[in-house]
Write a protein that binds this ligand. Sequence first.
Ligand SMILES: [Ca+2]
Length: 193
Amino acid sequence: MGKREMKSGYLFLMMLFILVNAVSNLHAAPPHSAPVPGVRVQMYNGNTSPVNNTIFPWFKITNTGRVPVKLADLKIRYYYTIDGERRQNFWCDWCTIGAQHVTGRFERIHPPRRGADYYFELGFRPEAGRLEPGRSIEVHNRLAKADWSNYNQKNDYSFNPRARTYVDWDKITVHYERKPGLPKAKPSPWKKH
Ligand SMILES: [Ca+2]
């Protein structure tokens, strides 16, 4: 091998070394990066009868991140069709931290979508406090029309007829309003379809 070849071989190795270093730096975590909060919401329907006068969306919320999550900033939306417009009521039957800390409201969807002309939004009062990293809470909810007329759950976007315990379920949306860093759910699940 001549001097010229040796020199170009050396240059090639140097460039390779620089390139490998640059790539590995790209993947390295910044030394002072802020911890990113994370929330995992799982769900199942407490009653899976296709036709029923009550909807039971039950949720399990887990803080999978490294910082506490303020529960009052968290919202979970369950999408369904009302099958006959009526006033509706919500009850939280049980929550790990106390049902008195849970809120619920109904919102009509304009225009109606396939599988949903309403969503139910679950939330928490400020007194609910914070969910610490690694901790979970469960929330058992019940929705019904004021006249106790039936819902057809089969045509509901968020209804899961199969699950018998908490499962990951991409047909609900989770919204975390204030803190940057958490994935912000899309305003409606249909945008991605
Ligand atoms: Ca329905």
